[in-house]
Design a protein around this ligand. Sequence first.
Ligand code: CMP
Length: 509
Amino acid sequence: MGFLQTAIQYFWREESPFVLVFTLCLAFLLFTFLKNDQKSVRNTLIFFIACQLLAIISGLFHAMQFTFAALVFHEAAITGAGIAVIRLCGLLAFRIVLPMIRLQPPRITEDIFVIMAYLFWFLVRLRFAGLDLGSIVATSAMITAVVAFAMQDTLGNILGGLALQLDNSIEIGDWIKVDDVVGRIVDIRWRSTLVETRNWETVVFPNSQLMKNKFQVLGRRTGQPVQLRRWIWFDVSLNTTPRQIIRAVEDTIMLADISNVAKFPQPNCVLMEIDKGVSRYALRYWLTDLAVDDPTDAAVRWHVYTALERAGIQLEVEKQSVHLIKENEKYEGVVHQREAQQRVKTLRRVELFAQMTDEELSGLAERLKFAQFAKGNIISRQGAIAHWLYIIINGEAEVYLEAPNGERRSVNILSKGSFFGEMGMMTGEPRSASVIAITDVECYRLDKEAFAVIMQARPSLAEDITHILVERRAQLDSVMHHLDEQTRSQEKSSQRNELLVSIKRFFGL
Ligand code: CMP
């Protein structure tokens, strides 16, 4: 047998091609899919290739009759190659397969499994080499005791990390509060737990600290979704009763569609304190995404403010900061006139009032009430009794239908200059659709009485409105029943007559 042949036969075994192909494919797969861990895959592969070189060297030694050296090199090569394969399998299992089935075990679990696999492999190789496992275990227990004594603190952290993992007291993604630090857990490592704060800091907590001291897991309650109660404070003068205030705020917030505000438990408003002539209220709501606490607070605060404003309730300001402006009657008159002119200008842009004279518009302007709605507010709710006609002066609102199963179907988007609420106002029927503010919306509102006065002054308005109303009703129906164009136009003429009669009857025309 030639020198080379002897060498090759020594290191190239039956299973070698399989191990080689398997490892290369695995490394290729990991390299492609694990963009963040490419360095670690590359290093492991280099280590594997080094072990293969070691195996070749062992073959050469064998051919040169250095039997003992060949044996040692060969054993080292196999053990090393096994370690590299275990590492790659660990990466595959913990960073590709488990995340695919939505499991995100912390890094520490991966490390434990991989180290245990290394130890197992090491013992298997030692057994093959003919060593007695019993004495190995006894020796390693001795070594462990010595090491444990020397590294008490580190081991405390490590065991802390393990305990935190095993008792499920915290998980990656949990929001925790330790002293004055609030943040989300991004990793639980051997020695420490990493917490990212909203200010883009990463705080490193030694695991033993989390084990020994109290900390809060925010928004977590057994069997419930993760959500945290937030408090929005506001002060109102004692002139308004708590019932009025609580109802104005709760009604609005419960109906509003505000991102990251939980539907259940429902938000609630409570009178928390009465002091120095001021009543202090808190609106409590449950935040579903703990990362956006301040922006959601701000949105809810704005809803509270606009709800109070629409109900004619003013927020109380601190007594010291009240500024008095001396306004004489002339000044007031000028302000009023300017406001009235502005209203007439706005009304002229509304298609419904296009035919009205300046005088009629001024009369109408006098009766308008200003109301603003925060983004997400339901301005009018399908099925509710109609009290107002709304004219949008700024912002956009969406008209939508709500099916009995809760499904929403958009009907139309209304913007500056459009009006809505005419159907309920004029027919006396409940609101045909819901209207939600999709931006902050500023409106003028007109109550039924004021509107009736205008209708009586100009009966032709009823026909104009009926025209727009019929168009809108057809569109509503089409969304509701998916009516085709032809059926819609057939229905239009008959509907118009019916509606006109019902409108005229309603207003006693
Ligand atoms: P009302 O039924 O009082 O309340 C809901 C309002 O949505 C309704 O009056 C109309 O003003 C408005 N609306 C209904 N359908 C449409 C539509 N197709 N286009 C625009 N607005 C509509």
